[in-house]
Ligand binder design. Structure first.
Ligand code: OOG
Ligand code: MG
Length: 261
């Protein structure tokens, strides 16, 4: 087959998403796919979505915790785009048949009050731009078989982004100790994991700063009103029809997500 390009990769990833079909790694067929090119694929996928009417509502970080890096076998954080089409209504069950092999993971989310533009953004400056802090769930859904990928693959695939929800409860950042914030993850009432915010690069503000500085290299900034998902605190769990996954945070409150047919 002809050589792989940014265009053919974009087409392949969008087809897999539309057809709810996973496939092999792009890097197996295009070993030259490097990180910079992978981010260009990611931006081109977003471009196609924006042209069909989706709007950007924020950014996500991935692989910011050791728990996730170990599980996925990739030891570097990455960023991806969030669009309005990915937004879930709190309390509304998620039809898993619309997705390939969704997994849910608890995250600390920021709603941005001010623009955050790198390079050189510090964690302290990052926190200063946050309007409110929320409990969040991300539903990831890799377009690769068995979530098996190298870093450029998952970057091209928009960091496995699929759906997300944040709690309605908005907690002001002042007075929160997000490194110490504890999250307990339950599946159908059984606890499967616990972690603190320190699991996310030492503090979720470090993830926010990393996103702002990373976006600057691509000519973008984090905009007021955007949501930032700072990355899963624990390993993800499969979202199945009839299964409820709940996260209980000590200051951010509780949030749960249920799969349906
Ligand atoms: C990659 C995305 C990871 C997170 O929060 O760590 C991610 C994956 O696990 O498929 O979203
Ligand atoms: Mg995530």
């Amino acid at each position: 087959m002809a050589e792989w390009t940014i265009d053919t990769t974009v087409g392949e990833l969008l087809r897999r998403e539309r057809d709810r079909r996973d496939g092999g790694r792009i890097t197996d067929r295009w070993p030259g796919l490097d990180l910079g090119t992978a981010y260009r694929v990611q931006d081109a996928v977003l471009d196609r979505k924006v042209r069909t009417g989706e709007t950007v509502v924020g950014v996500k970080l991935g692989l910011t915790s050791r728990a996730k890096q170990r599980r996925m076998g990739v030891d570097a954080p990455l960023t991806g785009w969030l669009t309005d089409a990915m937004t879930l209504r709190p309390g509304r069950p998620v039809p898993v048949g619309e997705l390939i092999h969704p997994r849910a993971e608890p995250e600390i989310a920021f709603l941005m009050g001010a623009r955050l533009s790198g390079p050189g953004v510090t964690a302290e400056q990052a926190m200063g731009a946050v309007e409110s802090v929320h409990a969040g769930f991300e539903v990831i859904d890799s377009r690769y078989r068995d979530f098996s990928f190298d870093l450029p693959d998952v970057v091209a695939d928009n960091a496995s982004a699929s759906r997300f929800v944040i709690s309605a409860q908005a907690v002001p950042p002042a007075g929160l100790d997000l490194a110490a914030e504890t999250c307990r993850l339950d599946v159908d009432g059984r606890t499967v994991g616990t972690a603190t915010g320190a699991a996310v690069l030492g503090h979720p503000a470090n993830a926010l700063a990393l996103a702002a500085n990373g976006l600057a290299e691509r000519g973008a900034a984090i905009e007021p009103g955007w949501i930032v998902l700072t990355g899963a605190l624990t390993d993800a769990v499969a979202l199945l029809p009839g299964r409820t996954v709940s996260a209980e945070f000590d200051s951010l409150g509780a949030l749960s997500i249920t799969g349906t047919h």
